[in-house]
Design a protein around this ligand. Structure first.
Ligand SMILES: [Ca+2]
Ligand SMILES: [Ca+2]
Ligand SMILES: [Ca+2]
Length: 363
């Protein structure tokens, strides 16, 4: 019988002495033993108090439905009953027959239970916050009973000393038979605020422990074999080239380089060039960047623009990559570079109209 069942143990006690029992209350005990003798290894599994005197030649039958403790172990064992276990009844020296062993042994089986397992946890090895993510894993039942739902599996990112951060969960309402396994797929979006770093994926099955697995609770959480690099893109502007002295009204060329030192980008953005003075910026040029940029890749950009005719003095030439904040950039401080530019006002004609030259009003 499995240890989870309640076996009924029955016994009969007879008074074969010459007088009735001197007291009317004593305790019978039930033991389990691997040998058919009351040795040191016998395990007490229950006791029953008998109430009432027992006359000469009389007997009583007792029965007991007992839950076997899990510590009793498994295998063939003998039930042993010891009446008047504490020797309260006066029997002169006739206590040697107070213990009786069941005629046959009883097979004690391990308690049946499901043992949910997780294996083959896989997910993306590089991901950006706010990206869609698919995690797959194998869910199995390595136990001796079917796993009967529902139960919940939770998906975490293991951030090392910062612990587990839950990112998704799925509810299993299906039944998982003994020895069965199934591939599960979980789709979710990594939160936009998610931490950057090198982590691992973690799946914990039956995270809320609604399935009793007895000794099988310790194998429910498994880490992905491969790590996951969580990072935002990080555009970095460098190599801004342009003249530092220009004439107003002249055409100038500005060159720059943008490198992606973060995670890859697949979408488009624009770079812009400004001239600013005294806190007022004037847009000079816009250069679209299409087709994204892989991790570690860079591109060179160049643009020509005409310095406005009325500009004069000290200006700041400002180049900004992704000036419209289209990319979830890791750090925007390296997205802009400024240089000082001196603009000399060009001489230009200043036509005026005078009435004395015949075109003005007549006198
Ligand atoms: Ca388990
Ligand atoms: Ca469990
Ligand atoms: Ca940046």
């Amino acid at each position: 019988m499995p240890t989870s069942e309640a076996p009924r143990v029955e016994w009969t006690v007879r008074n074969q002495g010459t007088i009735a029992t001197d007291i009317n209350r004593w305790v019978d005990q039930v033991y389990l033993s691997t040998s058919p003798t009351m040795g040191a290894g016998a395990v007490l599994i229950g006791s029953l108090t008998h109430v009432g005197p027992l006359a000469v030649g009389s007997s009583y039958s007792a029965a007991f439905d007992m839950i076997l403790p899990r510590t009793v172990g498994v295998g063939y064992m003998y039930f042993i009953v010891k009446t008047d276990a504490f020797g309260n009844v006066f029997e002169r020296s006739n206590t040697g027959n107070n213990t009786a062993v069941a005629a046959t042994s009883t097979q004690i089986l391990a308690e049946l239970a499901a043992d949910l397992t997780v294996s083959n946890v896989t997910g993306p090895t590089s991901v950006r916050p706010n990206d869609p993510v698919t995690i797959t894993y194998t869910a199995g039942n390595n136990g001796t009973a079917a796993a009967i739902g529902p139960w919940r599996d939770r998906i975490y990112v293991d951030r090392g000393i910062n612990g587990l951060t839950e990112v998704a969960s799925i509810f299993n309402s299906d039944r998982l038979e003994i020895g069965a396994s199934v591939t599960r797929t979980v789709n979710f979006t990594l939160p936009y605020w998610f931490y950057e770093g090198d982590f691992t994926w973690v799946v914990r099955t039956d995270a809320d422990n609604t399935v009793s697995e007895l000794a099988g609770e310790s194998n429910n959480q498994v880490v992905s074999a491969a790590g996951v690099h969580v990072a935002r893109p990080d555009l970095q502007l460098s190599n801004v080239q342009g003249t530092s002295l220009v004439q107003s009204g002249a055409q100038v060329q500005v060159d720059w380089t943008v490198t992606n030192i973060g995670n890859q980008v697949g979408s488009n953005w624009t770079d812009q060039v400004y001239l600013s003075k005294a806190g007022v910026s004037r847009l000079m040029a816009t250069v679209p960047r299409n087709g994204g940029l892989a991790t570690g890749a860079s591109y060179a950009a160049s643009v020509d623009f005409t310095v406005p005719l009325d500009f004069s003095g000290e200006y700041e030439l400002l180049v900004i990559t992704d000036s419209g904040n289209a990319i979830d950039d890791h750090s925007r401080t390296d997205n802009r570079v400024s240089r000082n530019v001196t603009v000399n006002l060009s001489p230009y004609a200043d036509l005026t109209v005078s009435g004395r030259d015949g075109t003005g009003p007549r006198h």
